[in-house]
Design a protein around this ligand. Structure first.
Ligand code: SF4
Length: 249
């Protein structure tokens, strides 16, 4: 029987998808983002094991809170690295009429991409960067591993949220926002939200505890108001494009 390895669970999550959600943070991630605030979720060792039935039973306890728009989110670590488990769990949750969100950076077990997305209501795609060099600098892996997931995003039938962590000195300027927009604009019809998350240092202590060097030691936190202004800029671009497309029909 397939078992999932779960780093942690948030039972009243308000951040990773709409409404009130149970968020399962899966253990293990192939990336090493310089700003990752959960470096302890990167290892493929450890985590608490759950069967699909145990996970569904856990999620159902909170069903009264989900109401019209809440539900369950799979995040990480990287949920796509436990493809079979996440697929089976998503399918079982949908059978219970529970809304599902997948929060992913788009690198994992390719065989399960399509299967998982069939049972995903909202896909949150974390865009680390839009060019190869900066992508590798930030994540430590090649951007080429993303391409098969991006192909699946194009045929995905649900809603898409785009997320990007804004780090001072890397993408905190209008040009970068325009490039980011171009990178995702093929999917503009299904994008519901673009979120610019300001880089923060809340996870730094974990690096010291794990004795891992922290690459952004000398980088300031991102100003929240500035990040919000960039987000508003992108959302108004998106709305304009969506309206133009509607008018053109
Ligand atoms: S993808 Fe997420 S969990 Fe993985 S290293 Fe990056 S920030 Fe951390």
């Amino acid at each position: 029987m397939i078992k999932g390895h779960i780093h942690s669970i948030e039972t009243m999550g308000l951040f990773d998808g709409p409404g009130i959600r149970t968020v399962f943070f899966m253990q293990g991630c192939p990336l090493k983002c310089s700003y990752c605030h959960n470096p302890d979720s990167q290892s493929f060792e450890g985590g608490t094991t759950y069967t699909v039935d145990e996970l569904v039973r856990f999620a159902k306890r909170y069903k009264p809170y989900y109401k019209d728009n809440g539900g369950v989110t799979f995040s990480g670590g990287e949920a796509l690295m436990q493809g079979e488990f996440v697929y089976e769990a998503m399918k079982a949750l949908k059978a219970e009429d529970i809304h599902t969100v997948l929060d992913t950076s788009g690198i994992g077990q390719t065989f399960y991409y399509k299967k998982i997305l069939e049972y995903t209501d909202i896909l949150i795609l974390d865009v680390k960067h839009f060019n190869k060099t900066d992508y590798r600098d930030i994540t430590g892996v090649s951007m080429k591993w993303l391409s098969s997931f991006l192909d699946e995003v194009s045929s995905f039938q649900g809603k898409l949220w785009i997320r990007h962590v804004m780090v001072p000195g890397i993408t905190d300027d209008k040009n970068s926002m325009d490039y980011l927009y171009d990178y995702v604009s093929n999917w503009s019809e299904k994008i519901e939200k673009i979120e610019i998350l300001p880089y923060h240092k809340l996870g730094v202590d974990k690096y010291y505890q794990l004795e891992i060097p922290y690459q952004l030691e000398n980088t300031d936190e991102m100003n929240k108001e500035d990040a919000l202004a960039h987000q508003n800029y992108l959302m108004s671009k998106l709305e304009k494009e969506q309206i133009d497309k509607l008018i053109a029909v």
